[in-house]
Design a protein around this ligand. Structure first.
Ligand SMILES: [Zn+2]
Length: 212
């Protein structure tokens, strides 16, 4: 990076925003990269970051900001946030949120369980299954539906391994967990929906990227 941009006159968010704007306009790569790296360290709201990412072609700012917005309640967005996002991004965030919500609801409501025919020999198969469903209803359902600090679906397996399943055979529990690892599509669906939203917003940000 060109350190000559570290002049004492440029400070704070507004100074760096001015540099970002001018260097993008005049296609001055070193100064632009400097402003991007300085602004990256500062605390900007996610909606503002997305706005800047799209206006000045900074796709690397999109993933984190999009993930924050997907978890935020729309009630927390003010008029300025909506203005920064614009209709196109807001629509992508709204659709992404809806699809994440549907995936979470569906997995929470229908506890995954393999066909009993494939299970290891167990004389208490029904009891094992009942325990699994009860623990899912009591523990996992609540974690998935936590109003603010909810569990990412991709972390469910780790949680299931540590949660107690009293009344379920260890071999049956291991069998169900390895079945989930191999063939439970719900676990990765949430992350895929998030990545799709991120990449569609990143595509919009690439339009104005500086080309050397
Ligand atoms: Zn069993």
């Amino acid at each position: 990076m060109n350190r000559s941009w570290e002049t004492p006159g440029i400070a704070g968010i507004s100074g760096h925003l001015d540099v970002l704007h001018m260097t993008h306009l005049w296609r001055m790569r070193a100064g632009f990269d400097f402003a991007v790296s300085e602004l990256h360290k500062l605390n900007l709201k996610s909606s503002h970051r997305i706005y800047l990412a799209l206006r000045y072609g900074i796709p690397q700012w999109v993933p984190m900001a999009t993930r924050v917005l997907l978890r935020l309640s729309f009630d927390d967005l003010n008029a300025e946030d909506l203005n920064h996002l614009g209709y196109n991004v807001f629509e992508k965030i709204a659709k992404g949120k809806e699809s994440v919500l549907q995936i979470r609801r569906s997995l929470a409501f229908y506890p995954p369980y393999p066909k009993v025919d494939d299970a290891p020999h167990c004389t208490h198969q029904e009891r094992c299954k009942k325990t699994w469903f009860e623990v899912w209803g009591k523990e996992i359902f609540r974690l998935i539906h936590h109003p603010s600090n909810y569990l990412p679906l991709s972390s469910i397996l780790i949680t299931l391994k540590s949660v107690k399943h009293d009344g379920m055979h260890k071999t049956c529990k291991s069998f169900v967990i390895s079945w989930m690892e191999e063939s439970c599509p719900g676990l990765q669906k949430e992350e895929r929906a998030i990545c799709q939203t991120v990449s569609s917003i990143q595509d919009m940000a690439r339009i104005h990227m500086l080309v050397d």
